[in-house]
Design a protein around this ligand. Sequence first.
Ligand SMILES: [Zn+2]
Length: 457
Amino acid sequence: MFQPTGPHLSLPTASSVIDAVRDPTSVVFNLDGYQVLAACDLPLGGRRVSAVANSVEAACPDCGVVSTRVHQRTRQKVKDLGVGGKDIELVIIKPRFLCAEAACARRTFTQVTDQLPFRARCTARLKAAAVEAVLDEGMPIWRTCARYQLGWATINTAVTADALTIPAPDMVPVRALGIDEHRFARAKWFKHPETAQWCRVEPWMSTFVDADTGHILGVVDGRSSANITRWLKQRSQAWLEQLQVVAIDPSSAFRNAVRQVLPAVEISVDHWHVVRLGNQMLTEVRQRVTREVLGRRGRKEDSVWAHRMLLLRAGDRLTDAGLHRLEQVLDDEDYEQVAAAWAVKERLRAMLAARDIPAAQNARIDFEMAVAAADMAETDKLAATVAKWWTEIKVFVRTQVTNARTESANTGIKQIKRTGRGFRNQRNYQSRILGTSVRQTRRRRRIPHQQGLHAQR
Ligand SMILES: [Zn+2]
């Protein structure tokens, strides 16, 4: 006899068959807690579906006594997802119950269900689909409105409400915290109302991310030390105490803020940002030397300009052909300063790639020797920055805690900004960022919605 195998093919047990008996229309329509009474085509297209809740009793919202006595039934039109590629006009036959408790002041009450809460004009599954489109698929709200036939405010309220169910940061155990900044809108000019002077406003936001998982814990306005400090001070003592490392960009404002609130925590500076400083130094040297040698900016016929990207690539990961080309570029006597700057950049990378402190300290000696040999203002400046951040670089070497996940969170944030075509309301922007991030984390860890979560505000 044929025996189905595997989880998808196993036959249902007798009890589950009894529980799951629904008429075919209700199965197809699949609105939780409802069964379909009738369905018909409308003369001008579309279809009308009438449904009634499975539950034949309800508890009074005032006294809590369960009643089965129906006072009257009303027909209510609600919005719902389309089925089978067509819009649906859903009509719910809704009972109004008589309260069974004689002492209760309330006489009647209407039925509420998970899909149709009190005063709902659309099903919960329709709202959930709209929120999913905005937060998971990154669809702008105006387009979601058209797809689901809902108003902008309805969807925006649902999205904001979803963001409010995110876990409070204090409930997320964090060992390594990443702090990063990003500009969320173009710089704007405002005329000061009193002094009548024009001031430039850069709308910055700072994000706090679990450096291990990439989960966004919070977003604050600005990137000043005061804003960072304020967010950190709002956390519970227990949360702050479990922090071991904070990863930041080489920004003195961030370092001061973290030092102020968390004097005992270790600060790690992101290696990627330090390498970027090395690359900037190399580019500055190349541009200056080109101007000195040729008296103009680099062009594509200049070997050093044509290979400017090759100069910035990781020297130890170049192919033989790449190395050969690089040698030809750097062999030119006129460009020996560029060769010296390249050597400094490579020593810097080797230092950051060290696996332990002694190796990093040895690599730093090589780096300092290359800086001394180069003897240029640009390389001296880089060495000064490394000296200023040496403690934090050593923490990075030891812990390997980086802002890489913060950076990827920022990429996601920029995507949200593009989708929104710029946000004027910062609160809407923040709710999208936090909502998207928490849903990603839930999907990664397969945490069902609402489980173990509570409102942040
Ligand atoms: Zn009652």
